[in-house]
Design a protein around this ligand. Structure first.
Ligand SMILES: Cc1cc2nc3c(=O)[nH]c(=O)nc-3n(C[C@H](O)[C@H](O)[C@H](O)COP(=O)(O)O)c2cc1C
Length: 188
């Protein structure tokens, strides 16, 4: 394999084109696109998101100590991009896009109805890394749109048509290759 070398850059892609959401202190919802986000711990179930402190969403999360993670689908790619190129300091992105909000049950977070996956998080740690802060959120509840639940009752990412991001572009998921652990299963 011939390798092309590059200087350090964000290269761990694809990533979810997630919408990270929070309320302001008057109960107005905001969200921003965040691709630098990952599951990080199983017990307690925890996610981590890298957010620059100049983002309005950072300010809201720091105050509220909770946030939502919403995974959009391909049909909402334009809205998902919009949430990443304008600031909630300047406009109401929900009004602008027509996306709608439902309230979390465990913490006071806005969750996005049109996104097939929604996660409610309580902030557990915030660490300054450099330009970005790593915000750790314990997952308190997860919601799946019923349209992405397969006949066995499990969530299926292909059915959700989840939007992913990397190297300056948005992508869709193409196909399911195999199940977890399939490499160790005996062929019949
Ligand atoms: C695809 C995409 C991914 C992004 N990922 C991140 C990210 O992981 N962390 C971050 O701080 N900003 C990220 N941004 C930039 C913010 O979403 C953007 O600055 C947004 O306007 C902030 O909104 P706010 O001021 O309402 O919080 C991303 C933008 C796009 C379009």
């Amino acid at each position: 394999m011939v390798k092309i070398e590059k200087e350090p850059r964000a290269a761990v892609y694809p990533a979810p084109a997630a919408l990270v959401s929070a309320y302001d202190d008057k109960g107005k919802p905001n969200a921003m696109t965040a691709a630098w986000i990952a599951n990080i711990c199983a017990d307690p179930v925890t996610v981590v998101v890298g957010i620059r402190d100049i983002r309005y969403t950072y300010e809201l999360i720091e105050k509220a100590q909770c946030f939502g993670v919403n995974i959009p689908n391909v049909a909402n790619a334009k809205e998902a991009d919009y949430f990443g190129v304008v600031s909630g300091r300047d406009t109401d992105k929900f009004k602008d896009t027509g996306l709608t909000v439902f309230k979390g049950k465990e913490v006071d977070v806005p969750l996005i109805q049109e996104c097939p996956i929604n996660v409610e998080c309580k902030v557990t740690h915030i660490y300054k890394v450099g330009t970005h802060y790593a915000i750790f959120g314990e997952v308190l509840k997860v919601y799946y749109d019923e349209s992405m639940i397969d006949e066995k009752g499990s969530p299926d990412l292909l059915l959700s048509d989840a939007l992913v991001y990397g190297t300056g572009h948005y992508y869709s998921l193409k196909e399911r290759v195999a199940g977890y652990g399939f490499s160790k299963k005996k062929e019949d």
